[in-house]
Design a protein around this ligand. Structure first.
Ligand code: HEM
Length: 406
C-alpha cells in the first residue's frame, strides 16, 4: 500500500533517505506551511514554521527574486550577530546568509578564485589525488565514502585555502558539526566549531606575516572599497569554503557512482563515449542532487501559487523536488543522459548560484574518468548501502560499499 505523506513528514529520517515519493505526493498542494524542527539551520535552536516550496516554478521564482526572498535570517541570534558584526557561538554563513550589497561585495572578492581557468589549472593535481586514493583501495568490496568521496573534496579545498589536507577527518568532523548532525549535542557542536575557528585564526595570523599563493593569503590581503576584511569576515570565508562544498561534493560523487552501480548498461555506454561524462554529472545533479533544502525569509507580503506569504515568514526551497517536477522534466524519475539540463537547480540559481560549481563539476569529471579508466564494471557487493539521515539539507550516502572490477 502506498504511504500517505503529511507535511511534517518532510523532516522524518525515512523521507530524508528517500524524499522523492513525498515530494510527488505533496508538490501540487504546495506552498503549504509546516514545522521544521531545530537542526536544519546552523545557529537556530528553535523549531520554525516555514512554507514549503516544492514546485519548480515556485522554487525558480524565489531563487530569482532575492529581494523578496532574503537569505539573511532574522532570528534573535542572527539579528544580534548582524547588529554587532561579530559571530556569537556559530558564525553566520558568509555569502549564503548575505543579501546585497554585502553579498555582492563578498561574492566579487571570491569569484576570482573560482574561475573556470583556475579550476582547469588545478585539474591535473586533482587527478593525481584521485589516482592516489584509488591506488590505495584493496581488491574486493570497498565503502567508497570514507576511502574516496570524503577525502577528495576536503584535500582539494584544503589545498586551495592553503592548509594541510591530510587531516581530513578533523575537517569532516567540523563540517558535520556546522551542518547539524543530530548525533552531536549543542555543547559538542559548539566545541567543534570553536576548535575550527581557533584553527583558522592561527592560519590567518601566520599568513599575515608569511603570505603564500593561496586563498587565505588572498583574503588577508584583499581590500573591499579601500578597506581590509575584518578578522571575523576572513574566518567566515574560511568556514564557508571549508564546509559548504565538502558534503555536497562527497554526496554528488557517491550518488553518481550509485546511479551507475544500479544501471550496468550506463557504465558500458560511458566507457564507449566519454563525451557523455558531462551529461552524466548534470543528470545526477538533477536526479539525485545533494542539495535538498535551504531557507529564505520574505522581505514583503507575496503571493506564491495562490498562497499568501506574509513579510518576515520563513520559506523552504526544496531543490530536489523542483528537479523532479514533471511539469519541468518529463518522466522525472527516469535517469536519462539526453535531457535538456540547463535549467536544473541542483546548484541553485540566481545571485546565490553555487560559487564552487566549477570545482564540484571538475571533481566529478576527474572521478568519473578515473573510474572509467580503471574499472571494467562497478556493482553493489553483499554489504548494504546506507543513506545518510542526519542532515535534512542533504541527499547522499552514509555508507556505499561497491565492488570495482579491474
Ligand atoms: C556538488 C556539490 C555542491 C552542491 C550540490 C552545491 C550546492 C549549492 C547550492 C544549491 C547553492 C545555492 C544556495 C542558495 O540558494 O542559497 C550553493 C551555494 C554556494 N556554494 Fe555550493 N554546492 C556544491 C559544491 C560547492 C563547493 C565545492 C564549494 C566551495 C568550495 C561551494 C561553495 C558554495 C558557496 C560559497 C555558496 C554560496 C554562494 C552565494 O551565496 O553567493 N559549493 N551551493
Amino acid at each position: 500500500m502506498e504511504t500517505v505523506f503529511t507535511a511534517d513528514q518532510l523532516c522524518t529520517p525515512e523521507v530524508i533517505a528517500d524524499p522523492f515519493p513525498a515530494y510527488h505526493q505533496l508538490r501540487e498542494r504546495s506552498p503549504f506551511s509546516y514545522v521544521e524542527p531545530p537542526g536544519a539551520i546552523p545557529g537556530i535552536v528553535e523549531p520554525i514554521r516555514t512554507w514549503a516550496l516544492l514546485k519548480y516554478c515556485d522554487v525558480y521564482g524565489a531563487l530569482r527574486d532575492h529581494e523578496t526572498f532574503s537569505s539573511v535570517r532574522r532570528s534573535a541570534l542572527r539579528r544580534w550577530q548582524l547588529e554587532h558584526e561579530i559571530p556569537v557561538a556559530i558564525p553566520s554563513v558568509v555569502l549564503v546568509n548575505d543579501d546585497p550589497p554585502r553579498h555582492t561585495r563578498f561574492r566579487r572578492l571570491v569569484n576570482k578564485a573560482f574561475t573556470l581557468r583556475r579550476i582547469e589549472a588545478l585539474t591535473p593535481w586533482i587527478t593525481a589525488v584521485a589516482d592516489e586514493l584509488l591506488d590505495k583501495l584493496p581488491p574486493g568490496e570497498n565503502d567508497i565514502m570514507p576511502s574516496y568521496t570524503i577525502p577528495l573534496p576536503i584535500r582539494v579545498i584544503a589545498r586551495m585555502l592553503g592548509i594541510p589536507g591530510d587531516d581530513y577527518e578533523r575537517f569532516k568532523r567540523w563540517s558535520d558539526a556546522f551542518f547539524t548532525v543530530t548525533s552531536l549535542d549543542d555543547a559538542e557542536r559548539l566545541r567543534e566549531i570553536q576548535e575550527m575557528m581557533a584553527y583558522f585564526r592561527t592560519m590567518v595570523t601566520a599568513r599575515r606575516t608569511d603570505g603564500a599563493d593561496d586563498l587565505i593569503t588572498a583574503l588577508v590581503e584583499a581590500e573591499v572599497e579601500g578597506e581590509k576584511l575584518k578578522e571575523w569576515e576572513i574566518l567566515g570565508f574560511c568556514t564557508v569554503l571549508l564546509v559548504a562544498g565538502n558534503e555536497g561534493t562527497s554526496y554528488l560523487l557517491g550518488n553518481m557512482l550509485n546511479v551507475i552501480a544500479e544501471r550496468p548498461p550506463l557504465w558500458q555506454q560511458l566507457r564507449a563515449d566519454r563525451s557523455q561524462v558531462e551529461s552524466m554529472i548534470e543528470e545526477t545533479l538533477r536526479y539525485a542532487g545533494p542539495a535538498q533544502r535551504l531557507f529564505r525569509t520574505t522581505s514583503r507580503d507575496v503571493e506564491v501559487s495562490g498562497a499568501r506569504i506574509r513579510a518576515g515568514d520563513s520559506v523552504t526551497i526544496f531543490y530536489g523536488s523542483a528537479n523532479r517536477d514533471p511539469g519541468e522534466f518529463p518522466n522525472p524519475d527516469e535517469f536519462r543522459l539526453d535531457r535538456e539540463l540547463r535549467n536544473h537547480v541542483g546548484l541553485g540559481m540566481g545571485i546565490h548560484y553555487c560559487l564552487g560549481a566549477p570545482l564540484a563539476r571538475a571533481e566529478a569529471s576527474v572521478t568519473l574518468n578515473a573510474f572509467l579508466d580503471r574499472f571494467s564494471a562497478i556493482r553493489r557487493g553483499p554489504t548494504p548501502a546506507i543513506r545518510q539521515t542526519s542532515s535534512r539539507n542533504g541527499f547522499g550516502f552514509h555508507q556505499l560499499p561497491l565492488v570495482l572490477e579491474r
